[in-house]
Design a binder for this molecule. Structure first.
Ligand code: KDG
Ligand code: MG
Length: 402
């Protein structure tokens, strides 16, 4: 088999998605997600100008060699743009291989290790009351695990909370909008929020929370400790993780489980966190961490240290990433949980898929490949529109972590 064509499709059915489609001389094609929220065009250029020309004529079955060729061959290793482009290629190649074998992708990875995939969704509200309502709604849909984010009294706009009760969408404007942050107000409120959620919903529901990189290590340690009575499934991205040592301090002070890694793109970003057992869940997923080939390496390494997976699954990861991640989750022995932030109907129409939700769990479906396609005609109706992630400033104007 030979690769005869590859093209990038950019579509914006409510938000921007980048898709790579690779076609072979046998008529089989594969698709991969290459969406990097707010920086989509950088990945498009990386693919069109550098990777696609080198793909034409290659045997798509040589996934490992193609991966190494683009990783080592770039000389400039790692980084979100390059690793996202590489992930798009890798995902499309696995799709082709599984279609050629006439098997669902999870079978090629080693077969399924579970019957269904536990998934968490988001419950967000502007205040305590609307947040409790959002949790009740998510629970009624069957979710066994729910990420809870809430507006903070005294702060106008908070991460994870949408304006008009719509689904939360992080990339909200043509140029970065500005949010305001107060660590004091946040830390004073969050333990109370989880006390109320536990009081209302009892001990069984899995509760998660995303700090979104905003605390210092000692502040994160305080929050983790104060949340201990509410038995969180995890506290995510407690601090910015460029400094992996920061987690040592958090770990010394709290038994609240820690998750990190949605912005990581290589095993080297989490090696120390994992081998020193400073985290419990690794959040990296296929599209931003070099595809299935590389994520599998991260997961196998994590398994040696009792660290489980918790793949990122926000709306800015296309249904192609979701589908591929679900095949990965079905197989991976050290699976923890999968995030699911629902795509709109429009998005689901552009990306028809075989995966299904039932009572809090997903299954990837039995279609050959990863089971997600792109309707190119429909995709063409939604042109790209620049959309940026917000920035965050302290109340005195200092730029902070978003
Ligand atoms: O593009 C940024 C989003 O994917 C991110 O803000 C979502 O933190 C996130 C999460 O945990 O889903
Ligand atoms: Mg997150």
């Amino acid at each position: 088999m030979k690769i005869v064509a590859a093209k990038v499709i950019v579509t914006s059915p409510g938000r921007n998605f980048v898709t790579l489609k690779i076609t072979t001389d046998k008529g089989i094609y594969g698709v991969g997600d290459g969406t990097l929220n707010g920086r989509e065009k950088a990945v498009v250029s990386y693919l069109e100008d550098y990777l696609i020309p080198a793909l034409i004529g290659r045997d798509p079955h040589q996934i490992e060699d193609i991966w190494q060729f683009f990783y080592r061959g770039a000389y400039w290793r790692r980084g979100p743009v390059g690793m996202t482009a590489l992930a798009a290629v890798d995902t499309a190649l696995w799709d082709i291989k599984a279609k050629a074998a006439n098997m669902p992708l999870y079978q090629l990875l080693g077969g399924r290790s579970r019957e269904r995939i536990m998934t968490y969704t988001h419950a967000n509200g502007r205040d305590l009351e609307s947040t409790l309502e959002a949790v009740a709604k998510a629970k009624a849909k069957g979710y066994k695990a729910i990420r809870v984010q809430c507006g903070i009294p005294g702060i106008e706009k908070t991460y994870g909370v949408a304006k008009d009760n719509k689904n939360y969408e992080p990339a909200d404007s043509d140029l970065p909008s500005v949010e305001t942050w107060s660590t004091e107000k946040y830390l004073n409120f969050i333990p109370e929020l989880f006390a109320e959620v536990r009081k209302a919903f009892g001990p069984d529901l899995h509760l998660l929370h995303d700090v979104h990189h905003r605390l210092t290590p000692i502040e994160a340690a305080r929050l983790g400790k104060e949340l201990e009575p509410y038995h969180l499934f995890w506290m995510e991205d407690a601090v910015a993780a460029e400094n992996q040592d920061a987690f040592k301090l958090i770990r010394q002070h709290t038994t609240t489980p820690l998750a990190v890694g949605e912005v990581f793109n290589s095993i080297h970003d989490c090696r120390e966190l994992i081998q020193n057992q400073l985290i419990d869940y690794i959040r990296s997923t296929i599209v931003h961490a070099g595809g299935i080939t590389h994520l599998r390496r991260i997961a196998d390494f994590a398994a040696l240290f009792n660290v489980r997976t918790g793949c990122h699954g926000a709306t800015d990861l296309s249904p192609i990433c979701m589908g591929a991640a679900l095949h990965f989750d079905y197989w991976v022995p050290n699976f923890g949980i999968q995030e699911h932030m629902a795509h709109s109907e429009q998005m689901d129409e552009v990306f028809p898929h075989a995966y299904r939700f039932d009572d809090g769990y997903f299954t990837p479906g039995e279609a050959p490949g990863h089971g997600v396609d792109i309707d190119e005609k429909l995709a063409a109706q939604y042109p790209y529109k620049r959309a940026c992630l917000p920035v965050n400033r302290l109340e005195d104007g200092t730029l902070w972590h978003w």
